[in-house]
Design a protein around this ligand. Structure first.
Ligand SMILES: [Zn+2]
Length: 234
């Protein structure tokens, strides 16, 4: 057997720059990936996917029709999850999205509502932010879900408008009205009657997801579900 050069390089790199846990910063063991075993056990799981009428789902009551809403983790200020999301968004650790996506896909694979999903739609990042950050923090989460659940990702159907005069005018009156105008859809007849799975990092008020869903609901026969990495406990 020939040694795998990739693996050899990784081992060497690991020797000089040991990988640390994205949650607690302790050095990872050889069998650990991105998040250490202790953090994986301590991380607060919501188990929302087991309860169709969970608190994330209820956030959208009376706002928009949704089929399924759930998040993998609870987001607490100064907790492990906040650290993970911070590293994912601001320190270039895109692999956190992959790990969380693989983890959640494993939990969601037997969910009967999600088995009817036709496309995964990441919440688009503002083009200016995308340029600054270089990546959308939801991309790898979506790719991991897509690979495990065998559902394609669609990044063209929902988009953010570059400039919105209306937004700045409306901001003084109310933020929700403002963001309403920023997202739009581009679709053809083949996109009718589809079940879209919107994905994002953290659900707080749900305002962004709501406006994204409203845009997607312009497509005839559209159904919406949402899956996020975390939800802020209210
Ligand atoms: Zn850890």
């Amino acid at each position: 057997m020939f040694p795998n050069p990739n693996r050899m390089f990784k081992s060497l790199l690991h020797l000089f720059f040991p990988a640390v846990c994205a949650g607690c910063k302790t050095v990872l063991m050889a069998n650990e990936n991105v998040i250490c075993t202790v953090c994986r056990h301590e991380i607060p799981l919501t188990q929302q996917h087991l309860n169709p009428v969970n608190e994330a789902f209820k956030k959208f009551y009376g706002r928009i029709p949704v089929e399924h809403v759930s998040a993998l983790l609870y987001f607490h200020k100064k907790g492990i999850v906040q650290e993970l999301i911070h590293c994912l968004k601001y320190r270039g650790q895109e692999d956190i999205g992959t790990v969380l996506g693989e983890w959640y896909a494993d939990e969601l694979k037997n969910n009967s509502i999600l088995q009817t999903v036709d496309a995964i739609i990441p919440v688009p990042l503002h083009p200016r932010k995308l340029k600054e950050r270089g990546y959308n923090q939801v991309t790898e989460f979506g790719n991991a879900l897509s690979k495990s659940l065998h559902i394609p990702v669609n990044t063209t159907i929902l988009f953010r408008q570059l400039y919105s005069k209306t937004q700045s005018q409306k901001n003084r009156l109310g933020r929700t009205e403002g963001i309403d105008t920023v997202f739009d859809v581009s679709f053809s007849k083949k996109d009718h009657n589809q079940h879209f799975l919107l994905i994002d990092d953290v659900i707080t008020t749900g305002a962004t997801l709501e406006v994204c869903a409203k845009a997607l609901l312009k497509i005839p026969g559209a159904k919406i579900s949402m899956v996020c990495m975390a939800v802020a406990e209210s």
